[in-house]
Design a protein around this ligand. Structure first.
Ligand code: AMP
Length: 315
């Protein structure tokens, strides 16, 4: 039995299915979660399907969440998409279901769940959900296709990052056939507020880059307040250092209201997820996240990026 058949068989056994994703959602988290929810609703109209996990942080053009009571978890199947580690699952009630399925594309560092489908070669979790639907010949609605396409576009930076394969493009092409307005969706994903645009000027002005292409910038609370930006608005800023030809790997340190720093790491070559894991984080080889308790720890992390870049340049 293939993994897609096994997952479908488990789905068929449950009347109620509750789908979760990770905290601080991005388009792939929402796209994979709600794309799957839409597909299950279309194919199993007799089942109760819920998408949960709290605020969608500016991604409401993709989907919004259901609010459900604890008792609905009794006897339910829970599916978590796009979430490598159990502590990052949004809404801890995922533990209350009868069975748990993990579907993800990050390295399988935390193999939680009763049934797992983890494919780190997939560009995005949305690509995996599309693979599931196509392999099992399930009905895909126009809105499900839109959600999955949005997830793929989000995680590949519009098909720019190396995780984009010919298969990714084939899946995206198939999804486009469902007729949703892809140009509008791309605009919605790409659009930034004037405040974020102004802060991107600050980012470029204040980015520190060493001779080996290691870059960093700190966005502390003073700066965030000055530009009227909150943490969830910083997603559009993270890829920007990579547009500079001399930058090889970089960190954007975002101070949280509690005083610690969210560390957002990206790379064009040096593998950075092992570094992220040493600072309470993880992620993909070229896109990871971590946490630093203060600016001294941010500097420590930057020195590690410098060493990775120096090493990489030598090879
Ligand atoms: P971000 O910078 O938050 O967009 O994260 C980039 C990648 O790193 C995503 O694939 C996340 O799933 C992963 N990531 C971010 N923060 C963490 C964390 N604290 N623990 C594990 N993985 C993380």
């Amino acid at each position: 039995m293939t993994i897609t058949t096994e997952i479908l068989a488990m789905i068929k056994k449950y009347e109620r299915i509750i789908i979760h994703r990770h905290q601080r959602p991005d388009p792939d988290a929402i796209g994979s979660q709600c794309g799957l929810a839409e597909i299950l609703r279309a194919n199993f109209p007799e089942k109760e399907i819920y998408q949960v996990g709290g605020p969608v942080e500016g991604l409401d053009y993709l989907a919004t969440m259901d609010e459900i009571s604890d008792d609905l978890y009794t006897g339910a199947l829970v599916i978590v998409t796009d979430t490598a580690n159990a502590p990052r699952i949004s809404d801890k009630r995922y533990e209350l279901g009868a069975k748990l399925i993990k579907i993800d594309h990050h390295p399988n560092d935390d193999p939680y769940g009763d049934l797992l489908w983890v494919n780190p070669k997939a560009s995005s979790c949305s690509e995996i959900i599309a693979d599931f639907a196509f392999a099992e010949k399930l009905t895909v609605t126009e809105n499900a296709a839109r959600l999955l396409y949005g997830g793929i576009v989000g995680d590949t930076g519009r098909f720019l990052y190396p995780a984009t394969t010919s298969h990714t493009l084939q899946v995206a092409a198939k999804l486009l056939e469902y007729g949703f307005d892809a140009a509008k969706l791309n605009r919605q994903i790409d659009q930034i507020s004037l405040e974020v645009a102004k802060l991107s000027g600050y980012l470029y002005q204040n980015l520190q880059i060493d001779g080996n292409g290691a870059g960093y910038v700190i966005l502390d609370q003073t700066i965030l307040k000055k530009y009227g930006i909150k943490d969830s608005d910083t997603a559009a800023l993270v890829p920007l250092p990579g547009t500079i030809e001399t930058v090889l790997a970089w960190a954007v340190f975002v101070e949280q209201p509690e005083g610690y720093y969210r560390v957002r790491l990206r790379s064009k070559g040096p593998v950075i997820n092992e570094l992220a894991k040493r600072y309470h984080g993880g992620g993909h080889p070229l896109a990871s996240g971590a946490n630093a308790k203060d600016q001294a720890m941010c500097q420590e992390i930057y020195h590690e990026i410098q060493a990775l870049c120096a090493d990489y340049q030598e090879k």
